[in-house]
Design a protein around this ligand. Sequence first.
Ligand SMILES: [Zn+2]
Ligand SMILES: [Zn+2]
Length: 248
Amino acid sequence: MKISFVGTGPCTPEPGKEVASFLVDGRILVDTGWCNVLKMLEQGLNPLNIEYLIFTHMHHDHYLGLPQLLFYLACRKILGVYKPPRPLTIIGPSKQLRKIVATSQALLQIRRYPELAIALQIVSLKPGATFKGAGFVLETMAAKHSSGGKLREEALTCKYTDTALAKSFVFTGDTSFHPPIAAFAKNTPLLIHDACHTSPGDAAVVAKSARAGKLYLIHGSNRVRSLKAARKVFKNSFWAEDGKRVEF
Ligand SMILES: [Zn+2]
Ligand SMILES: [Zn+2]
C-alpha cells in the first residue's frame, strides 16, 4: 500500500505546506485541504484517478478544497478525459456532509452551468459505522474533537483495510489525546496521528500502546516540528512531509 502525503500542515497553509490530506494508493483521497488539486498536480499525482473521497470531519481546513476538486473533474469531463467507471463516492460524518457537498455545488453554480455536474454518491457515516468500497473496508470510531467554540464535532478516526492484501492502517483525523484509539489501532503497521490537537508526545503514547509499526505525525506547524518528545516514547515516530510517499 502506498500513502502519498499531499499536505501535512496546520489549519491554514504555510509556505510550501498544504493543509493535512493524503492519497491512498492513488485513488482514495482523505480530506481536501485548501488547494489539493494544485498540490497533487505539482507532486505528480493525478486527481482524475480519485474514486473515493473520505472526509474525517467537516471543519473548513479539511473541505475547502472540495469545490476546486469538483470543478477540476468537471472541466476534464467536458474535455472528455474524465470518464470514471462509477460515481465519485464522497464519504463523511453524517450531520454536515450533504450540506457541504450541496454548498460546494451551489458555489460552482451547477444550476446555471449544468455541464459542471459530475456523478456523485454521498455516503454518510456515523462514528462506529463501517463502509465497504471496491477493494477496501473502512471501519470508524469517534475521534475526540471540538471546534474553537468548544462545539463537539462529529469526527471519524478510521481503519482502512485493503481487502486483497489484508493490510490495514489507521488515521485519526483531528483528535485530542484519546487513549481508546490505541485499542482501535492495535498492531497497525502505520498510524497517522493528528499533531495539531494532540501533542507529538501524546500521539506517541497512543502509538506505543497500540504496538504500531510506525507513527506519522500530521497536521503540524513548522514551528512545532520536533520529534524529541515523540521518540522518547515511541522511537518509530516521524513527521509526515508534503509530497512524501510511504509504502508498507
Ligand atoms: Zn484540522
Ligand atoms: Zn477539525
